[in-house]
Each structure stands twice: as C-alpha cells, then as structure tokens.
Design a protein around this ligand. Structure first.
Ligand SMILES: [Zn+2]
Length: 477
C-alpha cells in the first residue's frame, strides 16, 4: 500500500517535508519515494535540532523532490538532502528555481557566518559549531532543479504524475496536484504548500503576485496548511496607521526597524512605502533595504512579470524598479550594512530574516532595541520560539548573539501584510471544491491553530479531517 509520511511541518509551521512512498509492501522497500517540499526547521531548539537528524529512509533512496515554493521552511533542507546523498530531480516552477538560486546559497552563507561567530565568541555548547551546509554545498544542490511550468503534466515515475497550480502565496508559489497509482486505482492527492490571500485587493493590500489560489479543486487526499487556522486577518486598510506610526517615530528622532522576509514581503513593503510617500500620505524618510537577498529577489521579481497582480503591474509601470528609486538605499556589503548602523538620523530599515532567526536584522535590533525612540515593526508571522515572537509578545529582553538585549523600543505589528489566507479565506477556498476530499490532513500550523481549523472544518464542511502528527505514516487508500 502506498503511504505518505509527515517528516516536517506537523505540529509546527516549519520544516515542510512530506514523503510519498508508492511501495506495495509494508516495509516501504522498493517503492518510488518522492518528497513534497524539503524545508528547514526554524524556531524552537527542539525543532531546529531535527535539522541534524537523518531522514527515516536514506537520502540516496529518495527519488525526487517536488517543491511548492522558495521559502526556507519549504526548500531550506534541500542542500542537506543532497549532502546526505540525494541525487534525483527537484521539480519547481521557473520563478521558484530563480529564487532558490539566491535563497539556498544565502542560507548556507548565513549558517557559515553564524557558526564562525559562535566559534569566535565561544558561545556554542558544540565545539566547533558547524553549519548545516555551506554556501558551496547549497550552490552545488542547484544542479538538480528541473523547471516545470504551471499546469504542465509531468510524469515522475510510472505511478506518479503531477502538475503545479497557482497558490498565490509568493512569486512562483504552487500547489501540487498529484495522481498516484496504487492498487490499480488512480488517487488524486493535493498538497497545498502555503495558500495565498483571496481575490480582494482591499483586504490584502500590496499583493505582489496574483491573488487567489486556484479554485474548483478536488482530491482523494488533501494535505493542507493551517498557519492561520485560528485567526482572522484584520480587514481594515493598514496604510493610514502605518504612515502615522512612521511619522510618530521619526518625530521623536527614532528609526523604524522592520524584520521582513527577503522574498515577497520586503518587495511588497517597499512598494507600499513608495506609494505612500509619492502620494503625500507619508513624509519622505530614507529607506534602507539591508538584505543582499532581498536585492537579488527584486531583480527576479522584475523578470517574472507574468506573476504580477494588477496593482504590481501598475506600480512597476509608474515607478520602475525599486532599485532605482531616490531615497531608497540597498545595502549589499557588510560595510554598507555597518554604515546604516552608524547612522544617527531617523530612517526606515528593512532587513531579514523575517522572524529574526538569523541575518543582518539581528545586528540592527541588538543596536536599536534598547532605545525607546525607535520602533520595531512586525509585518509577518512570528513562529513560537523565534526571537521575533519573543519581541512581539512584549518580553522585556531578548537574547541576540548570546547577549541579553533589553527591549525599550516601541513594538508594533500589522497583520494585513500576510501572504497566508486566514481562516475565513481558507474556508472560502474550500467551498469552491467540486467535491469533498476523502480525507484531509492538516499540516504547517502550531498545534492550537491546526486543532481549531480541524474543528471548524468538521463543523462548517462536515469533512473527514485529521491533524497530521510528526513522523506519522498514513496509507493512501
Ligand atoms: Zn511560504
């Protein structure tokens, strides 16, 4: 019997990794094995430590990876998989491949940097601290990517074919519609990856890519994300409050520090700042984008115009590339980054990582959190156990690079910039299904969110829904 095993994003929002084994025998041997996503665990140590564990089947026995999108919690373990012996094809859409080409090497580079830092300051219990994979190893893993266009039927092995359909989450993001032949029957499996916002610009402003996931789906087995399974996004326009917050911070001589995912969120936020300044709704303040990856991602965004929402197309036509805007400075080198740190004038600093789990944002926060003049502005989801979660939840201090940093800066958050559908939007999408799935497994959610979406789906839709458990194997009947 074929089975799915949840190797990640079960009981948590990171480490997405679902193994399909087509095997007809219970040992799992001799089956074709494909991974849907190969993400890195982030956040709490108990989860991060699983990045160092081997896959339950040897990596060299995994035959293929099908990748939904280029966020690290979905693709960040690929170089490690290759390091462990995987040599198969990694199927992804062309924009996802372009984005992985910068995200994975950057991830390797950051891990090397962090390991070096800890070794230099002897702040790790492990001597020496090691990177999960290096820049070079991440570069090496890129040779296994194979481009698959949206809606293109791809035969992976005699028992598995799939196509990518739009998820409307980030540039290039897709769901995987998969047909699995088992026991002489064809079974449709749908893996949602991360699901984007609905088709409504007013409640999801600034969306860079198409809004609205592909509708009219169906599946025998649905494997669905549940990040916002217990939450509703605010439906008011965040722009006036954002302009006011920036004005207040600048008036008291402070800077606004924005931890933002380098891909999609940063681009979206920069476009919004530009629009607010140009329309006179916000004063002109120097904007620093301190993320080499975000800068490279802008170039990739400019290339994939086929992915744009109408709003993005309008903004690009009107203002051109963000890399050419006066008053906006993009920092590539560590020296340029340091210059921002030395600047005493009010500014807006957008840097990554989005959940403050690594990257240059750590330096900006270590320097500016102790000063009450500054504001830290969160525009993205903060997973439990991350530094971002600690700061956002009102803690008096946070540990950065092993040092305790007092939090005296103002802390603010806007939820409207999310690229994930909230519960009403998820239900709205599920209502478009042409028939109800045989079974739905909820993944990619903190336990409370998954549990609540489970209850809501049973109550509102009457579907057969289960919350996936980490390492659980479920048969595909
Ligand atoms: Zn994502």
């Amino acid at each position: 019997m074929a089975y799915i095993q949840f190797l990640g994003a079960a009981g948590t929002v990171t480490g997405s990794k679902h193994l399909i084994n087509t095997s007809a025998d219970s040992s799992g041997a001799n089956g074709f094995q494909a991974l849907i996503d190969c993400g890195m665990f982030q956040g709490p140590k108990e989860w991060r430590e699983r990045n160092w564990q081997d896959t339950p089947v040897p990596a060299h026995e995994i035959d293929a990876v099908i990748l939904t999108h280029a966020h690290l919690d979905h693709c960040g373990w690929i170089p490690r998989l290759v390091k462990e012996g995987f040599r198969g094809p990694i199927y992804a859409t062309p924009p996802t491949i372009d984005l992985c080409g910068i995200i994975l090497p950057d991830s390797g580079h950051l891990q090397e940097e962090d390991a070096n830092f800890y070794n230099k300051h002897k702040k790790s219990k492990h001597t020496p601290a090691l990177p999960l994979y290096t820049f070079a190893e991440a570069q090496g893993s890129l040779q296994y990517f194979r481009a698959v266009q949206f809606d293109q039927e791809t035969q992976v092995c005699p028992q598995i074919s799939f196509r990518f359909v739009r998820a409307a989450h980030i540039l290039g993001s897709s769901m995987v519609e998969l047909v699995l032949q088992t026991n002489g029957q064809n079974r449709r499996l749908l893996f949602t990856g991360d699901i984007g916002r609905v088709r409504n610009q007013n409640i999801a402003p600034g969306k860079v890519v198409h809004s609205g996931p592909t509708e009219g789906e169906t599946a025998d087995v649905l494997v669905m994300e549940s990040t916002y399974g217990d939450r509703k996004h605010p439906t008011d326009d965040p722009r006036p409050a954002l302009a006011a917050l920036i004005r207040q911070t600048v008036e008291r001589g402070g800077s606004v520090i924005v931890p933002a995912f380098a891909v999609e969120r940063t681009q979206k936020f920069l476009f919004m700042l530009k629009e607010l300044m140009e329309s006179g709704q916000m004063r002109r303040v120097p904007v620093y984008c301190d993320s080499p990856m975000a800068i490279k991602a802008v170039e990739i965004f400019m290339k994939h115009t086929e992915e744009y929402s109408d709003e993005t197309r309008r903004l690009v036509t009107q203002y051109g590339s963000p890399l050419q805007w006066p008053g906006f400075t993009f920092a590539c080198t560590p020296e340029e980054s340091k210059k921002i740190n030395d600047s005493k004038f009010p500014s807006i600093i957008v840097s990554s990582s989005g959940m403050v789990t690594g990257g240059r944002i750590q330096h900006h926060l270590a320097q500016r959190l102790p000063d009450p003049k500054n504001t830290v502005l969160f525009i993205g989801f903060q997973a439990q156990g991350t530094r971002g979660f600690t700061i956002k939840s009102g803690a008096p201090e946070v540990k950065i690079f092993g040092d305790v940093v007092p939090i005296r800066a103002q802390v603010a958050a806007f939820e409207q910039f999310s690229d994930h559908a909230d519960t009403p939007e998820l239900l709205q999408w599920l209502h478009t299904f042409s028939r109800q799935p045989g079974v739905t497994y909820l993944v990619h959610g903190d336990p409370a969110a998954s549990a609540q979406l489970h209850d809501t789906m049973i109550k509102e839709l009457g579907w057969n829904v289960q919350v996936a458990q980490w390492m659980e194997k479920v048969e595909v009947r």
